[in-house]
Design a protein around this ligand. Structure first.
Ligand SMILES: Nc1ncnc2c1ncn2[C@@H]1O[C@H](COP(=O)(O)OP(=O)(O)OP(=O)(O)O)[C@@H](O)[C@H]1O
Ligand SMILES: O=P(O)(O)OC[C@H]1O[C@H](OP(=O)(O)OP(=O)(O)O)[C@H](O)[C@@H]1O
Ligand SMILES: [Mg+2]
Length: 284
């Protein structure tokens, strides 16, 4: 009998949906082509995907109905589900803030007695409770920025990415950031579903491939120690002999950020034939 399929929840709409499917596709999994498909079986890789609202994903995974999910850290916290964050996925980054009319509020002490509109009631109530602040929290589904203008709330608490929605509504954030969020991989608290390790390793491989590039260069043997100090690689750089006497070839993974500056420094050290190539996937 074949092993049961790993049941994975993927956002079906919203900010996380496209990036989630992209990273899964890059990890070698089948993904739906039609946004109306609700489930998809990738039998070859032993996985079944369920396309669900990211807000609901934490609940399904927390209850153990599904094994693994992609959702936002803020949505996971808001749900109160008993699920663990097991991998940060590097997309869907946002900050959760309180905001009010420009110039009206300056610190979170002023929240007492206000009416707060939010789609994240769980996060907001927990925050107020922790600080012993008494305020009225109203749950709205979206477009919370408009609620102040409509007289329904004095303050909002919402996700801010670029800040342009707030500006358009004549609002500004105040107080410290409540929560820094990004897309995360979650499993039921304390459980490691069968087949999960391979699934996670594939995604980690893509994350590393996204943040690292492969660098190759030739350098005089006498300068190789200085050069590999700049490019130590993840485990150790490969140094191979060159046909040209007194020269070696070096190959190492380097962080994508700053790779151009590194090429300049290597060139100054005497390195030549410096090449930078993308990595598509890896297992480290
Ligand atoms: N600009 C953004 N707007 C909303 N959510 C964002 C943004 N950037 C990142 N996110 C993250 O995406 C998740 C929100 O998922 P959700 O499905 O509600 O997306 P959405 O874009 O608000 O979709 P919709 O409004 O259609 O429901 C949260 O984890 C949030 O932190
Ligand atoms: O800082 P910004 O880059 O402007 O992004 C933040 C805005 O984007 C989201 O709204 P969304 O488009 O999801 O609409 P919604 O309010 O209906 O959920 C979020 O709720 C903010 O309103
Ligand atoms: Mg939204």
């Amino acid at each position: 009998m074949s092993a049961p399929l790993l049941r994975v929840a993927v956002p079906n709409k919203g900010s996380l949906s496209q990036s989630a499917s992209e990273i899964l596709r890059e990890s070698g999994y089948r993904q739906r082509h039609d946004s109306k498909e609700l489930t998809l079986i990738d039998a070859e890789n032993g996985v079944e995907f369920f396309y669900l609202r990211p807000r609901d994903i934490a609940l399904y995974v927390g209850e153990g109905t599904l094994d693994v999910g992609v959702t936002g850290r803020d949505l996971l916290r808001d749900s109160g589900a008993k699920a663990d964050e097991v991998l940060e996925l590097g997309f869907g980054r946002s900050r959760f803030h309180f905001a009010g009319p420009t110039g009206k509020f300056s610190d979170l002490g002023q929240l007492a007695g206000t009416r707060i509109a939010t789609s994240y009631v769980g996060v907001v109530r927990a925050f107020l409770e922790e600080r012993g602040i008494d305020a009225t929290v109203t749950r709205l589904d979206g477009a919370v920025e408009t609620s102040i203008q409509l007289g329904v709330a004095d303050v909002i608490a919402d996700v801010v990415e670029t800040g342009s929605t707030l500006r358009q509504a004549g609002l500004e954030t105040f107080g410290e950031v409540i929560l820094e969020s990004e897309a995360v991989l979650i499993t039921r608290a304390g459980s490691v579903p069968s087949g999960f390790e391979v699934f996670k390793r594939r995604l980690e491989g893509v994350l590393v491939a996204r943040s690292y590039v492969m660098m190759d260069y030739d350098i005089r043997s006498q300068d190789v120690t200085a050069a590999v100090a700049l490019t130590p690689g993840i485990e150790s750089p490969t140094v191979s002999p060159l046909h040209r006497e007194g020269w070696v070839a070096v190959r190492a993974m380097v962080p994508r950020d700053g790779a151009q500056r590194l090429m300049d420094e290597l060139f100054d050290l005497g390195a030549r034939g410096i090449l930078l190539t993308d990595i598509h996937a890896c297992r480290l």
